[in-house]
Design a protein around this ligand. Sequence first.
Ligand code: NAG
Ligand code: NAG
Ligand code: NAG
Length: 537
Amino acid sequence: MGSHASHLVLFLWLYYLAICGSKFVASQSNTGAPAVVQGTAYISGTVSVGTTDVDFICATLDWWPPQKCDYGTCSWSSASLLNLDLTDIVLLNAIKAFSPLKIRMGGTLQDDVRYQTVGDQTPCTGFVQNSAVPFGFTQGCLPMARWDALNVFFKQAGARIIFGLNALTGRTVGSDGTATGAWNSTNAESLIKYTINKGYTIDGWEFGNELSGSGIVASVAADQYAADTISLQNLVQKHYRGFTLTPIVLGPGGFFDATWFPEYIQKSHNSLQVVTHHIYNLGAGVDDHLVDKILDPNYLGGESQTFSSLQTILKNSGTSTVAWVGEAGGAYNSGHNHVTNTFVFSFWYLDQLGMAASFDTKTYCRQSLIGGNYGLLNTATFVPNPDYYSALLFHRLMGRKVLATTFNGTNKVRAYTHCAQRSKGITLLLINLDGNNTAQVEVSISNVIVTQPLNRNSAPLSAKSGDIIREEYHLTAANGDLQSQTVLLNGKPLTVDSSGGIPPLLPVRVNPSQPVTVDPYSIVFVHFPSIRVPACK
Ligand SMILES: *[C@@H]1O[C@H](CO)[C@@H](O)[C@H](O)[C@H]1NC(C)=O
Ligand SMILES: *[C@@H]1O[C@H](CO)[C@@H](O)[C@H](O)[C@H]1NC(C)=O
Ligand SMILES: *[C@@H]1O[C@H](CO)[C@@H](O)[C@H](O)[C@H]1NC(C)=O
């Protein structure tokens, strides 16, 4: 491409910045009428600050039986690994739309699950209610017929599977929750062998759930956990010898602990490919102030400390271990109906995705794909909740490389930028937490090497000719109700079609000489197809 054209486009770009820079800004309205605040997203195009997996988006499936209730409501219905309806067409289409979606199977009860083995005559049934134990259930068993059905379904759906193994087998749990003794790997090994014999593809075997640090119901010391993780890695290496793809080993699937985690990572050494941590930073689902927390930029930003600490630990560990968020539902004990399954939760969720990626988190697993009050899909109807579409847009638009982004003008706008996914250019995610003010956003990108027209022979270049475009995806709540279960994309509701198909997610094309307009309480993905920066090469 000729330098003349490139300068011309750069000129247009600078012109665009100049006119935005001089644009009038209304002061904040006291009358409640919509006002405009101006801000600038500063994007560094020089180097990426993080690299995610291509399939960064992950969602969980849990073990909770229908009898699992929190604060008097039972929100799990038939969404358990043991009883989820695998014939539902919306479920299939919802997973397929990601091609691939990572699915992490696990949760609180996983350390209570036995795997049926060939020739084992012991009855293999679901969980038994027992009010004497912390979460009210004991002794689940995964029948091999169900494991078969799950694997057949996930293969058909194109999902990539992370399976959470029981890490308490063989240990003795004391009255204070301290688990002692080594892991007994016999039952896990038979599941792994069965899985291999059947030809099922598992991308990762995860070790345990929330047994790290002080634990939730039980805890295991970091050095013991590391020794057992090495045993699991040895089992995987032994049984997958000669395979082209060996599953990864992940652990501990627990809450970040600044003492336990570094010791565990250090002592597992390179037997641990991925350190997984869980996030429920909004507190208990029963909290009536969840919406206030979700819309508070300082509250949202607080989680960056955990990401930052873990990133530093990994950098200093001398291992190749990387970090995933293995389970994040925001509000624990199954979320909160009308909050964690409605539009407002996308402010939390998309901010989490952007923040996690900016600290080099490779994968982020949302609790849950379905089940509880925080499913990407409605637990009763399987119809996608707003966060499903938020996840799908993030997956399709935000590529692997993360560009450092700062937003200046108001702290109510959160901004994240990635190189574009499966296309050229970059994508900027803007989240406006302000319910009164529209944000008019300038975009300032350092180190733009070329802004290339879509057709190199087209001349002259101008915004009008359509050579340079900007594609925008505006997400808002239906009827302006933040707690709606319907999200609008560019003003139109997103709904599955009559045959259960996931709708296409189409942008509006915008003249790039205009600033990006982010309505009050809205989220915008902005794809700049013609911006080239060194970090995205
Ligand atoms: C591990 O568990 C298996 C099956 O329950 C049992 O047969 C075996 O003795 C156990 N191994 C140890 C070392 O306790
Ligand atoms: C951001 O805005 C403040 C004033 O609010 C200004 O002092 C500062 O220089 C700005 N930062 C950048 C990078 O322009
Ligand atoms: C808008 O601003 C008014 C006045 O400051 C305030 O009372 C109101 O709560 C704000 N509304 C929203 C949705 O933030």
